[in-house]
Design a protein around this ligand. Structure first.
Ligand code: FES
Length: 107
């Protein structure tokens, strides 16, 4: 437990490829994991516009493009960047432990 939530094992680092979003579910949370160089990020996997899976979208640098209507979010901050998305997505803290990525989720 932390003030922010609870750490959960999310994926093996070897399963996370540069430029290929990776969708997982932990309990009720639908999470998209991203690798950009040696940095890792986690966001909600559900687009705030019409609930498409962002893990089916295209990662361009630190921007994920939704596969349904091409709205874009910044995966570092969750900020909604381009129409038609207007509502930011949730982001989650991540950490590397050994060869695994962990994500911190609210309880
Ligand atoms: Fe993602 Fe419409 S569902 S932009």
């Amino acid at each position: 437990m932390t003030d922010q939530g609870t750490w959960h094992e999310a994926a093996a680092l070897s399963a996370l490829s540069e430029g290929e979003p990776h969708g997982i579910e932990i309990g009720r949370h639908h999470i998209a994991l991203y690798r950009v160089g040696n940095e890792f990020y986690a966001t909600s996997n559900i687009c705030t516009h019409a609930e498409a899976l962002l893990s089916d979208g295209m990662l361009d640098g630190c921007e994920i493009e939704c596969p349904l209507h091409m709205g874009r979010f910044d995966i570092r901050t969750g900020e909604a960047l381009t129409s038609p998305v207007e509502i930011d997505i949730q982001t989650y803290p991540v950490r590397v432990t050994g060869d695994r990525l962990e994500v911190c989720l609210p309880a």
